[in-house]
Write a protein that binds this ligand. Structure first.
Ligand code: AVI
Length: 320
């Protein structure tokens, strides 16, 4: 069967080169640390989708329920014509709830994601379910300079950044992203989901699920390095580690060496001592006021806030 949309393009070798360069830098630094963006190859994106359905992983279902309950109110903030830019678009599930609340002819949808095949498959599915919707996917790292399609005349450009993905940025990266977003969304706004500070047990369980899916997601980074770069990380040489660091209000994920290791990546040798970790992700938890202050420094004015009854998650409207 013919695909609903024909914008497929192969990922370029630059993706592999960037991964190789960043992995070398990650293994050479002390302590060893790499950007979590490399989790999201096709296998990693699939594992992340499974995480979102886990009973322990509350952010996805809590945010989904918030958007479901308040989509019309959220869409009202956008105005009548909108170019909706979803940053780190993934499976395009949550945006459907918003799209259902906006007249189809009043929206151009621009999903931006680094994982090309995954994004394009999600766009096919969206196009099939929303005939007539204008979709302009962009395969790009949205944290780096990129060019959005021009905003249709009479429309406001609105960003959508759900899932508390901003929590995976360092404070410096979050500030840089918000500044970039404030500038490209000027005259419009940003609808953003943030995970809130809460009790440690709930947080710990969310990143140490009983089924081991989060562990597989974390370890997939090493499988990816083996597959794409020929790195010789031994399969049993690392284990998943995730804990809440209250000083930084963040969950930290690491890959911990189960024994002393010597390994090679593309001709370079690296050593791990037993227990040494490669820091793979941090997931910052915010307060609403703290996040609004961060956004204000980047050029946004605070708008409406929607939170659940437990106060676990918040969706914020920010005017750019
Ligand atoms: C994508 N991001 C918001 C997730 C999070 O909760 O920080 C990634 C994740 N890592 C482990 N589980 C989920």
């Amino acid at each position: 069967m013919k695909p609903a949309v024909e914008w497929r393009q192969p990922l370029c070798s630059a993706d592999n080169e960037a991964f190789a360069a960043d992995l070398h830098a990650a293994l050479a630094r002390v302590p060893k640390a790499i950007s979590p963006k490399y989790f999201y190859d096709e296998a990693g994106s699939r594992l992340f989708e499974q995480i979102c359905e886990l009973p322990e992983y509350y952010p996805t279902r809590t945010e989904r329920a918030l958007i479901e309950a308040h989509a019309a109110d959220m869409a009202e903030q956008f105005g009548p014509g909108v170019q909706l830019v979803e940053y780190g678009a993934g499976a395009l599930r949550k945006v459907r709830l918003l799209l259902d609340a906006i007249p189809r002819d009043g929206v151009q949808f621009v999903p931006v994601d680094i994982s090309g095949p995954h994004l394009l498959a999600a766009c096919d599915a969206l196009a099939a379910d929303y005939p007539g919707l204008s979709i302009q996917p962009l395969v790009a790292d949205f944290t780096r300079p990129h060019t959005l399609p021009p905003c249709p005349e009479g429309s406001r450009r609105v960003g959508f950044f759900p899932g508390s993905s901003i929590g995976n940025f360092t404070p410096t990266e979050a500030d840089a992203f918000l500044r970039l977003a404030a500038s490209e969304l000027a005259g419009g706004g940003l609808l953003i989901g943030i995970d809130l500070v809460k009790d440690e047990a709930t947080l710990h369980a969310a990143y140490n699920d009983a089924a081991g899916v989060t562990a597989a997601f974390n370890l997939n980074l090493l499988h990816r390095a083996r597959r794409e770069l020929g790195a010789d990380f031994p399969p049993d040489g690392f284990e998943h580690l995730a804990f809440y660091n209250p000083a930084y209000r963040r969950i930290e994920m690491h890959l911990r060496a189960t024994r002393a290791l010597e390994l090679r990546v593309g001709g370079e040798a690296y050593a791990f001592h037993e227990g040494e970790t490669l820091h793979t992700e941090h997931s910052h938890k915010y307060t609403v006021a703290g996040f609004q202050a961060l956004a204000a420094r980047a050029g946004f004015s605070p708008g409406k806030v929607w939170t659940d009854a437990n106060g676990w998650f918040a969706v914020l409207w920010l005017e750019a």
